[in-house]
Design a protein around this ligand. Structure first.
Ligand SMILES: [Zn+2]
Ligand SMILES: [Zn+2]
Ligand SMILES: [Zn+2]
Length: 140
């Protein structure tokens, strides 16, 4: 297996590429949507929950990934788009399916930029649409 693209991505953010970190990043990129700790645990049968949790914390600190509060009660994580550090410009709207509880990325839907009162500094913005995803509406 060729891990060089994952290693490069980790090193770019100053993260030492350990075997577990490569596995977590690989799974997150493969999912191509925002995933919770529990979902990652299911994808990574070989890595235990506390290692995944630690890895996510490290990724967040180094701004390789960001977290999303989609209103489902569990935090979702996704890999940042840009090669540079995570910024608000990197964020997009999400769709939370109330049936399967998956959170999809709506990368083409830009988050409306709001004008804040003077002195207010924005760090993150959350824009989640809720409803039923394509798969679940077909199944009904
Ligand atoms: Zn980001
Ligand atoms: Zn669904
Ligand atoms: Zn997303």
């Amino acid at each position: 297996m060729d891990n060089s693209k994952y290693i490069e991505r980790l090193e770019k953010r100053g993260i030492k590429p350990t075997a577990n970190r490569i596995l977590v990043l690989e799974a997150m990129l493969a999912a191509s949507r925002a995933v919770s700790l529990g979902e990652l645990e299911g994808m990574l049968g070989t890595v235990d929950r506390s290692s995944i949790f630690r890895t996510l914390g490290h990724f967040l600190q180094n701004r390789l990934i960001h977290d999303i509060e989609d209103g489902s009660g569990s935090v979702k994580y996704e890999v940042c788009d840009s090669d540079s550090a995570c910024s608000v410009a990197d964020m997009h709207a999400h769709f939370f399916c109330e049936v399967c509880h998956r959170t999809f990325c709506l990368k083409k839907v830009q988050i409306p930029v709001t004008t804040l009162p003077e002195g207010f500094v924005m760090h993150s913005v959350n824009y989640t649409v809720k409803g039923v995803c394509e798969q679940c509406s077909k199944a009904r």
